[in-house]
Design a protein around this ligand. Structure first.
Ligand code: MN
Length: 567
């Protein structure tokens, strides 16, 4: 058994504990000589991340992945070493984290969308997102050690990308933490103002709530409602600041600066407690929120009410069960934990809702986007674009390039700049040299090697997929090679059931493909059942012809279509 500072490992069996121990030892060796910028041993970082994963209730593979998450990127060991020692699953998790880690947010609004999509697309497994969130949590806690310009960028990325991601995954506690940790870096003056002015208010509020707690606790006991927890809960700084901005920076007007949270055993107890609170104090109209009957889109459940309390002060109560509380704090991580705990009592209790929760995280992410309008479009792009049609790759500067799947380094090069495309001689993917027809995958870091003397070659058209690359290559070939590039003539033979407008639809296919028809010939009378059609077309490659062939086959009336090269 390897000694590690990790705590609360009790729920793992011997085999799982051994795996976690081995991962810890591997990380300790790999990071042995490294320090964090704060001066502490590097190992503290993966240890923190792994502890968060343990406390969120995730499985042993994810804990191991968390321990190893920086090994492939920052040490002499690579993904192969991890795969050989720990197997595919853990190597897959580490690979995901490494790829997500290469993305850098540069504070540009248009980029947020691509970035969010990319994180999800290359994560593929929600566990990668959990590790990434825990990683970011610790990095935010130790952000003070970084140079100022980096602090700003990372804090912005955290509040724009990762805090909303955590929120949409229902991880309320973490989302609040990430917001609060970013706040002093993004708004240093406001932060100072708030902490200076808040202190006194908070002390008063807490004293006041202790008084209220005693009264409420006494009444609950009389009513025989068991209390699991009754505590005062101060509003998070970042969300308080947002609210203050809306209310003219007046702390007196914030009713929920501190709320009283009551945790009871059952849903019935929640409503009974709400009834009792309303018997004691009149509720403010419009302030009763039943998130048990109607959970928030991210899954949050609780009863909220604001009442005219002792000393006629408006005071917020939050009432929930322990299960709701855990889910409100840990969200999707809690669901994930239940799912891995199959055959346990906790799982059996939740089993009926899992059927609905299967694709829940995808829906959650659709909701994540709802803040940013176009929800339907996002949902369809999530289902279609994302997982099938699009890939997201990264430039050496950490920028994300969005390409159709099947794209090659040539497509990437032209997507960056036509000048880079035209002078492309080679490419590196994840630091390894690849052929120009290499198929790129989401998350790949791509670097293009150029030479001024290089010119596009006709063969590139065989593996360039984006129309941007193809158009540029063709026009470059025309200008460089002039008359030496002879378009080949292809004869298309079509048999179709005629209708008005059919010929127009057919020629439109060629026009859209930017292919010139040089001759047409029709057989049979217009309007008769079957008509033959022959079209001569100039193409520059077989792929052009194939592409058009596929499009033509989609026209309903076309019964047969084929082509031959005429040389
Ligand atoms: Mn890390």
């Amino acid at each position: 058994m390897v000694e590690s500072p990790l705590e609360r490992l009790g729920r793992f069996n011997a085999e799982e504990q051994a795996l976690i121990g081995r991962a810890y030892k591997f990380a300790r060796v790999a990071h042995a000589s490294q320090q964090r910028l704060s001066g502490e041993p590097y190992l503290n970082h993966p240890t923190f991340v792994a502890q968060a994963i343990i406390d969120w209730g995730l499985d042993a593979a994810t804990v191991a992945g968390a321990l190893l998450h920086d090994v492939a990127e920052d040490t002499k060991y690579d993904l192969k070493d991890i795969g050989a020692t720990f197997g595919e699953e853990i190597a897959f998790l580490v690979d995901g984290i490494t790829k997500v880690g290469r993305i850098k947010y540069r504070g540009n609004q248009a980029q947020t969308e691509t970035l969010k999509k990319m994180i999800l697309a290359i994560s593929a497994d929600l566990r990668v997102v959990f590790i990434k969130l825990a990683d970011r949590w610790h990095n935010m806690k130790t952000l003070a050690a970084l140079p100022t310009n980096k602090q700003k960028r990372i804090a912005l990325e955290t509040s724009e990308i990762y805090a909303p991601l955590a929120y949409r995954l229902g991880m309320g506690y973490l989302s609040g933490e990430l917001e609060d940790l970013s706040f002093p870096y993004l708004y240093p003056q406001e932060y100072r103002w708030l902490t200076e002015n808040l202190k006194e208010h908070l002390e008063q509020s807490e004293k006041y709530l202790q008084q209220v707690s005693k009264i409420v606790e006494g009444r609950l006991k009389e009513m025989k409602i068991p209390i699991l927890q009754l505590s005062a809960r101060a509003k998070r700084l970042a969300s308080l600041y947002k609210k203050l901005k809306r209310t003219g920076m007046n702390l007196e007007q914030i009713y929920d600066l501190v709320a009283l949270r009551i945790i009871v055993p059952s849903v019935e107890d929640c409503y009974a407690t709400l009834g009792l609170v309303h018997k004691l104090y009149p509720p403010l109209p419009g302030k009763i929120k039943d998130y048990i009957a109607l959970p928030k889109p991210n899954g949050y459940r609780s009863l909220h009410t604001t009442v005219i309390c002792e000393e006629n002060k408006p005071t917020e109560f939050q009432i929930r069960t322990e299960g709701m509380h855990r889910e409100n704090e840990h969200g999707q991580a809690a669901y994930w934990a239940y799912q891995t705990a199959k055959n346990t009592a906790a799982y059996a209790e939740r089993a009926p809702i899992f059927a609905d929760r299967k694709l829940e995280w995808i829906n959650q992410l659709a909701n994540w986007q709802k803040n940013l309008d176009r929800p339907d479009e996002f949902l369809s792009s999530l289902k279609i674009d994302f997982f099938q049609d699009r890939i997201f790759v990264i430039t050496p500067k950490g920028e994300v390039i969005d390409l159709p799947s099947g794209s090659t380094p040539i497509d990437f090069a032209f997507a960056i700049h036509s000048d880079i495309g035209e002078h492309c001689v080679g490419a590196k993917v994840n630091d390894k040299l690849v052929a120009l027809d290499h198929e790129l995958q989401s998350g790949d870091a791509v670097e293009i090697i150029t030479a001024r003397s290089k010119k596009p070659s006709e063969s590139w058209l065989e593996f360039a997929h984006t129309s941007k690359a193809r158009t540029r290559i063709r026009s470059a070939l025309r200008s460089y090679q002039g008359p030496t590039l002879r378009p080949k003539t292809v004869a298309f033979k079509i048999a179709a059931e005629d209708r008005i407008g059919l010929l127009k639809d057919i020629t439109a296919v060629f026009a859209r493909a930017k292919l010139n028809i040089t001759a047409t010939e029709t057989q049979g009378k217009a309007g008769t059942k079957y008509r033959g059609l022959k079209l001569n077309v100039n193409v520059s490659s077989r792929q052009d012809a194939d592409r058009v062939l596929l499009k033509l086959k989609k026209i309903k009336e076309i019964k047969e279509v084929s082509y031959t090269f005429r040389i």
